[in-house]
Design a protein around this ligand. Structure first.
Ligand SMILES: [Zn+2]
Length: 622
């Protein structure tokens, strides 16, 4: 190479390097940590002005970030509100309006969109209600790892079966991060602790013994602080985005609501929201404008440089960080949870200092003078009411039409809240195996409303477990008379009647249940047995065949089918399938018992004798 050319090349290289240096260097996308704390009321956090709890973790994060004093969730129940956080959509848009409703693949989640930007994604949940194999199908979309609960748990304790303590959740997240250090990361950590029952571990159980809800908050805060300390230790704190938010609040007896889910008052919809930005930006900022948890998803996507989907109900919070905006955003609220109990769903708008709640008896609160929402100022011709109704109507026109009954024809949840408190207490008692407490509480519900389908069904299920089949059947029959479309209650009614040897009644209940939900394996199996008991082997055969279509390997269904075939005199077919089954079920007395009957029907006396001997031997060895 000639010297001139070398020099020219060098010159070009220098120019290029200078250009590279002067151009704004593209910073790598930040690690993003989304921490949701369940059932966390904004006004029960220390940095939100509540003196009766110590939350040093949240307080420190607020100092390093922006604290939103007026953030609202659109939903007071866990799965619905988390679906809104993950999708930036209102419940009516994403459709997860109850537990167990799948999060449709047509709504991209923040995890999916960040994964598409080469983020490593993982979720660590604190409650089985967010288990994607259980009550939260679709929530794991976009996560490389989703920390579901083990499928088989032998313990009767809540811990590990229904809930994980915050420290366990955080430890799972830390272990995963240590094993997957390459980022950028998007990590969702869900701390369930403040959710009832309020059972903080020591020393919080002692320090907060007279207000255990706060004790749970203090404990959850300690888990948060531990996680933040870990992020500091691995050098991921300073340049990361960390969002901490409550999924909803807690009634604590205000408006007569003990927990959450039924109402849309601020007690359960006003949540803390803290956003820590990379590099200490906006540290210590306090944002007083009204915002929504819907705004989290577009904000995170913006930080990651990821495209924001067209269809969204939230907006990025970016304008608030530099003080570029102080504009309040309208906050909608929705709850279909009352429908579960046969009561009217509620809708609300929080805007311009007022809250309007659409209900059979509508409500309007002037939040400037009545922050506790105690004095209902609703009048039908009020301009604020009309404006709120217009906003709600516009929203509904964008949502998918629902099949929910006309709200006004259902009872107002305000008239039913005492029942709901009791039903909730009974559910907790059942979960914790305190059946006497559960029974007593459910009887109190029935004293308020003798036709409460939820109480009748739960009482029936309790009696079924306790072995009082006649009582169980009586309660379940009453429940299914009020609610004839409850397939699960009908199935349980069938179980109770079969045990009580009312086979005709069991048949009717099971047929009705299967008409509503044809894919129930257990119901098919039981109905097959009922038909055998009713000496209708052809109908029994149909049920066992249907059961085998659902679970082809089921030994019980194969045995039921063989039994039905023998009863019909179809010995050859039964013998053939039983011979095959006897090879894999060599220790199952029932197989050889039926085989003896089949051989005997075929006139094979020696084989019949051998099979009968084998069956006797196996059943006596049990
Ligand atoms: Zn929750």
């Amino acid at each position: 190479m000639k010297p001139v050319k070398v020099l020219r090349t060098l010159y070009v290289v220098l120019i290029l390097s200078a250009a590279a240096l002067s151009a704004p260097t593209k910073t790598p996308p930040p690690d993003i940590f989304l921490i949701t704390i369940d059932t966390l009321r904004a006004d029960h956090v220390h940095c939100y002005g509540y003196a009766s709890v110590a939350t040093p973790g949240l307080d420190a994060l607020a100092k390093d970030g922006a604290r939103f004093t007026q953030a609202f969730t659109p939903s007071p129940i866990t799965n619905t509100s988390h679906a809104s956080i993950l999708t930036g959509l209102l419940p009516g848009s994403h459709g997860v309006t109850d537990f167990g409703v799948p999060l449709s693949a047509s709504h991209p989640t923040v995890a999916e969109l960040l994964k598409a930007q080469d983020y490593r994604t993982a979720a660590f949940i604190g409650a089985v209600i967010l288990d994607s194999k259980n009550l939260a199908p679709g929530f794991d979309r976009g996560f490389d790892y989703y920390d579901n609960f083990p499928e088989h748990v032998s313990t009767k304790s809540r811990w590990g079966r229904l809930e994980r303590r915050g420290m366990d959740v955080v430890e799972h997240a830390e272990n995963w991060l240590s094993q997957h250090p390459a980022g950028p990361h998007f990590i969702w950590v869900h701390l369930y602790d403040p959710h009832d029952p309020y059972e903080p571990p020591p020393p919080y159980s002692r320090i907060y013994k007279d207000h255990l809800y706060d004790g749970e908050i203090a404990y959850a805060d300690s888990a948060l602080a531990q996680f933040i300390a870990y992020l500091n230790k691995i050098g991921k704190y300073r340049n990361s985005v960390i969002v901490v938010v409550g999924d909803h609040g807690e009634g604590l007896g205000e408006h007569h609501e003990d927990t959450h889910g039924i109402f849309l008052y601020d007690t359960t919809t006003h949540v803390p929201l803290i956003v820590k930005l990379p590099g200490g930006r906006s540290a210590g900022t306090i944002v007083a404008a009204q915002v929504r948890t819907l705004d989290i998803m577009p904000t995170l996507l913006e930080f990651a440089g990821a495209p924001v989907p067209q269809r969204k109900d939230g907006e990025s919070l970016e304008p608030y960080f530099g003080g570029k905006s102080e504009a309040a955003r309208p906050a909608f609220g929705e709850t279909d949870y009352p429908l579960r109990f046969g009561w009217a769903p509620l809708r609300s708008v929080r805007s311009d200092g007022f809250k309007f709640i659409e209900a059979p008896r509508p409500e309007l609160y002037d939040l400037q003078v009545d922050a506790g929402e105690l004095s209902n100022r609703y009048e039908s011709r009020d301009a604020r009411v009309e404006k709120s109704r217009t906003m709600l109507a516009e929203l509904r026109s964008k949502e998918a039409p629902t099949t929910a009954p006309e709200p006004s024809s259902l009872p107002d949840p305000k008239d039913k809240i005492e029942e709901q408190n009791l039903l909730h207490a009974a559910m907790l008692a059942s979960e914790d195996d305190r059946s006497a407490d559960a029974r007593k509480t459910l009887e109190k519900v029935l004293a308020l409303d003798s036709k409460s389908p939820t109480a009748l069904r739960q009482l029936g299920e309790l009696e079924l477990q306790a072995g009082d089949y006649v009582e169980a059947a009586r309660h379940l029959k009453a429940a299914t008379e009020v609610r004839p479309d409850d397939a699960a209650a009908l199935f349980h009614e069938g179980q109770a009647l079969e045990k009580a040897r009312d086979l005709g009644g069991a048949r009717d209940a099971l047929e009705a249940s299967l008409k509503l939900m044809p894919g129930q394996f257990e119901a098919r199996l039981l109905l097959g047995q009922v038909y055998l008991g009713l000496k209708d082997p052809a109908a029994a055969e149909d049920q066992f065949e249907a059961a085998l279509l659902l679970q082809s390997g089921s030994v019980e269904a194969q045995l039921g089918l063989a039994d039905a075939q023998i009863t019909k005199g179809n010995f050859a077919e039964a013998a053939q399938s039983l011979e095959a089954l006897s090879k894999v079920q060599a220790k199952n007395a029932h197989v050889f018992d039926l085989l003896a009957k089949a051989y005997s029907g075929l006139g094979k006396r020696t084989e019949a004798q051998q099979a009968a001997t084998r069956a006797n031997l196996l059943s006596s060895n049990k």
